[in-house]
Design a protein around this ligand. Structure first.
Ligand code: ZN
Ligand code: ZN
Ligand code: ZN
Ligand code: ZN
Length: 373
């Protein structure tokens, strides 16, 4: 028989050993498999290096990875659609009373007899979904909202139309603008893999799930922006057991439900009185949107006036986060370069291309269709 022995380590993690015992009870083999993490990371762990990971096509969002075994085995500082290690936390008991674990990386339970036997022979803790392609970034950029005059965060999608023809499909990213003066020059205007937003200074009051920090990952941003754009209602709930913010993605992000499975601790004890699709971006967005109105831009641009100039066109999309008192602009966003220099980077109400007026709704549909989620 093979069982799991849990031995606490000084850093708060728990070493998981597999122990094979003979029928009469004597141990005939032991093997260190890896480390179980606390469900809530301590302040010291939170301050150390960590990563955020996510993947496309699934229904639960991810939490940060603090697990040193997983971090040291990551293939680089960032990755897209790669295999990364399992990150186990204790997750109560199975129906037969045996202990079970939850893999936060791949969002699957672990701990059946088959799982344990496989780990004992291979020396690796692998959940049933460990081959799922994942994207990750180590130490993602973080922004403190109280330290900048204006912060804007969007879901970056591929352009709808470019001078080079139909753009290729790509994964969504996070687009960030930071201004140190209201309506001033942007000090940051970039696409990033993921973003940590810090909106408070209360420290580690709530354990590992510090609610003053929100992680924005591409799938979460995409889900939220498409909800804003289509008028789909989003809600928010935290896990009753571990306090982690609950993030619904994919089908769960589109179909409201009352019973939610926690991506951080693997327990399904979250119930909401009303059916909702939950995202921590909802309270973040609502709390910091001081100006909810949009202005429809009335500038016009005729791309045909710039023959041969490379350009790209997007529908403007609502911001995930917009801390400015100025209303957001709604229209058609254009980048256009002349002699290698970006001459146009602006939003228009009317854009003519090949003699026809582009429609914002069509552009948005094209962008969503070209976004791989
Ligand atoms: Zn796993
Ligand atoms: Zn849910
Ligand atoms: Zn939980
Ligand atoms: Zn631009």
């Amino acid at each position: 028989m093979i069982t799991i022995e849990r031995i606490p380590e000084p850093d708060g993690s728990i070493a998981l050993w597999s122990v094979e015992t003979a029928l009469e009870g004597s141990a005939i083999g032991r093997r260190l498999l890896g480390h179980e993490q606390p469900v809530r990371a301590s302040a010291s762990v939170r301050g150390a290096a960590h990563a955020i990971c996510w993947s496309s096509g699934r229904t639960l969002g991810n939490v940060e990875i603090f697990n040193k075994d997983v971090l040291t085995a990551l293939p680089g500082q960032r990755g897209e659609d790669v295999e990364i290690g399992c990150d186990l936390v204790e997750a109560g008991r199975m129906r037969n009373g045996a202990r079970r674990w939850w893999c936060r990386t791949h969002q699957a339970h672990w701990g059946t007899k088959t799982d344990i036997a496989a780990a004992h022979s291979s020396g690796h803790l692998l959940c049933s979904s460990h081959t799922q392609p994942m994207s990750f970034v180590v130490d993602p950029p973080s922004v403190r909202l109280d330290q900048h005059a204006e912060v804007g965060v969007w879901c970056s999608m591929p352009p709808a139309v470019t001078s080079a023809g139909v753009p290729r499909r790509r994964r969504p990213k996070i687009h960030v603008h930071i201004r140190e003066e209201v309506a001033g020059k942007k000090v940051l205007d970039a696409d990033v893999d993921a973003l940590i937003v810090q909106y408070g200074t209360s420290g580690d009051l709530f354990g590992g799930t510090d609610p003053t920090t929100v992680n924005i990952t591409p799938p979460a941003a995409f889900e939220f922006v498409t909800a804003l754009e289509t008028g789909r209602t989003m809600g928010y709930v935290a896990c009753r057991d571990c306090g982690a913010p609950h993030l619904d993605l994919g089908e769960f992000g589109r179909v409201a439900h009352t019973k939610h499975l926690c991506g951080n601790c693997g327990r399904d004890g979250i119930r909401t009185a009303e059916p909702i699709a939950s995202t921590p971006l909802k309270p973040l967005h609502d709390q910091f949107t001081s100006e909810p109105a949009f202005v429809d831009v009335d500038r016009t641009l005729n791309i045909d006036d710039y023959p041969g100039a490379p350009f790209a066109v997007w529908a403007s999309t609502p911001a995930v986060l917009w801390t400015s008192d100025r209303p957001q602009e709604r229209g058609i966003h254009v980048h256009l370069s002349i002699d290698g220099k970006r001459e146009i980077d602006d939003t228009y109400g009317s854009v003519i291309y090949r003699g026809e007026e582009l429609r914002r709704a069509d552009l948005l549909t094209a962008m969503i269709a070209k976004t791989l989620v």
